[in-house]
Design a protein around this ligand. Structure first.
Ligand code: UN1
Length: 514
């Protein structure tokens, strides 16, 4: 198990699958009572760890522990919980390189982006520390004499976080750093492709806990499990909130299961993000934004740019420039400095990309650039691809779907209304952007008649959002918001309080009941 990082951290026991188990001698693997699986690095397909899935009984132990810890954590002062998060952030700062290495190993993202991911974790810690002193409600005037109204925000309970392979640390941090200052205990079910990242997150948290004996140990736990464990989590009433990031299919199932028991789910699912490039756009700027958003992370962000909606007057020029730029993109080992496009996560992902390209051609599209597997100058065993540029009709079926790979569909428009209609016609609604020098175009795009997405940007790309904003999207993206702004409210329950300090008992709405 590639966890020398834990030695650097001086942590050898972690709360996993309901047990405190030693990581160093692979006891985490032994700890699971379910089927065994291997974790293979996208870099070269090599096995980096083996685990056993947790059993339902182990999930039970995790939930019981999370409930028990919640009884203490929920009533501690929020700023004390903030202090814990401050320490977590400081440890993550200190070990940023080590943590990024684990992200690269399991997700295959290039080192600068892995460092960026750890930075998101650090940033959200800072945000959450400030928040721990700002969990405030309103005071509200009462219509009754001698009365006052107010609202308070209280912790929810154990919160489950189901994460995807592509942001294995940041998405956990958005949920857990905020969730913890809100007073909840957190249970992480990581992607089976990235359990080491989950252990690393847990290790940093436990290191911080070591220095704060006043905080109960069981406030965070990792459960290594497959889809069936995810299903049990969704069904379990003891999780008032299940936050899930991943495919629309997964979210549909989690959302329906949690909904059936009238629990809350916070869903951050697929995107099918578009950028409109107007005839007034600064094309140099647009080009750089397109390349980062479409080819960065090998097309494996929820916010990846998948549809470029170019004005007919600049479309050919832009495509020519894009092809040139794509031709010079260094594709290779994500650990090698200078690589800008790392591998796809696995062979299935490669097959899905090839199938999407075939469908595109079958629907009358044309692959203008790339799409093929790259084998020269890259580690054997990894699925490296040349990012693809495909010209196609905006309403082709394949364009409506999210293929988690670097395929950029080129669509054309003549009026802005048409471009906005194309932008909004897909079932997903995560991120969107317009490049324009026209104030009118920009404002229309941001208005209620413009983009229908949770994220709408002007003169920057669709990906790479800061943590200070609320992150998430509409329609099949699931409607959830995580990270900054007032997303914390999803992790708390609101109580409305009416206090009578007068000597009478007037009823609201003027009702007389005597
Ligand atoms: C994701 O792909 O699940 O905005 C999250 C971005 C990153 C987060 C992406 N800050 O691209």
């Amino acid at each position: 198990m590639n966890m020398t990082f834990l030695e650097n951290l001086g942590i050898d026991k972690l709360h996993v699958n309901g047990l405190y188990c030693s990581v160093m001698n692979a006891a985490v693997k032994e700890a699971g009572e379910g089927s065994e699986f291997s974790v293979n690095s996208p870099i070269n397909g090599m096995e980096v760890a083996r685990f056993r899935n947790a059993s339902p009984a182990q999930l039970e132990a995790v939930i019981t522990g999370a409930e028990e810890a919640f009884r203490e954590l929920g009533s501690l002062p929020a700023p004390l919980r903030g202090e814990l998060v401050r320490r977590i952030g400081n440890i993550a700062r200190e070990h940023k390189q080590d943590l990024a290495r684990i992200v690269t190993l399991e997700s295959g993202k290039i080192m600068p982006e892995a460092l960026g991911e750890v930075q998101e974790w650090i940033d959200v810690c800072d945000f959450a520390v400030g928040l721990s002193r700002q969990l405030h409600g309103k005071t509200i005037v009462s219509e009754r004499p001698g009365h006052r109204m107010m609202e308070q925000w209280h912790p929810l309970g154990p919160v489950a976080v189901i994460t995807a392979f592509n942001f294995p640390m940041a998405v956990w941090a958005w949920n857990s750093m905020i969730g913890l200052v809100c007073g909840n205990t957190m249970v992480l079910k990581p992607s089976e492709k990235a359990p080491l990242c989950a252990l690393a997150c847990q290790a940093v948290l436990e290191k911080a806990l070591d220095s704060m004996p006043e905080i109960p140990r069981g406030i965070s736990s990792v459960i290594i499990g497959d889809r069936s464990i995810g299903q049990l989590i969704a069904e379990d009433k003891r999780f008032p909130l299940v936050s899930a990031t991943g495919s629309t299919a997964m979210g549909r199932s989690v959302g329906a299961t949690v909904g059936a028991r009238l629990g809350r789910s916070l869903l951050e699912l697929g995107g099918n993000n578009a950028m409109i490039v107007s005839e007034t756009a600064d094309l140099d700027l647009a080009l750089r934004a397109i390349v980062f958003s479409a080819a960065g992370t090998a097309g494996q962000r929820c916010t990846t740019l998948r549809r470029l909606i170019a004005h007919e007057s600049i479309r050919d020029d832009l495509v020519e420039r894009l092809k040139k730029s794509y031709a010079s993109l260094p594709i290779g080992d994500p650990n090698v400095p200078g690589s800008l496009v790392g591998p796809l996560v696995d062979g299935r992902s490669f097959d899905a990309m090839q199938n999407a390209l075939k469908s595109a051609v079958a629907e009358g599209g044309e692959v203008l650039f790339g799409g093929e597997r790259v084998t020269a100058g890259v580690p054997d065993g990894g699925f490296y691809v040349r990012p693809a540029i495909v010209s196609i009709r905006h309403d082709a079926q394949v364009v409506q779907e999210e293929t988690f790979a670097p395929i950029l569909y080129i669509l054309t428009y003549s009026t802005l209304d048409e471009a906005i209609a194309i932008q909004n016609e897909v079932p997903q609604g995560l991120s969107s952007a317009i490049f324009t020098e026209s104030m009118r175009e920009a404002e229309l795009f941001l208005s209620a008649d413009g983009s229908d997405c949770g994220i709408a940007n002007v003169n920057i790309g669709t990906s790479g959002a800061e943590i200070g904003g609320a992150f998430g999207g509409e329609k099949e993206t699931g409607g959830g918001r995580e990270s900054g702004s007032d997303s914390w409210k999803a992790y708390m329950r609101r109580t409305t309080n009416t206090i009578n300090y007068g000597g009478q008992l007037p009823l609201a709405q003027g009702i007389v009941f005597e």
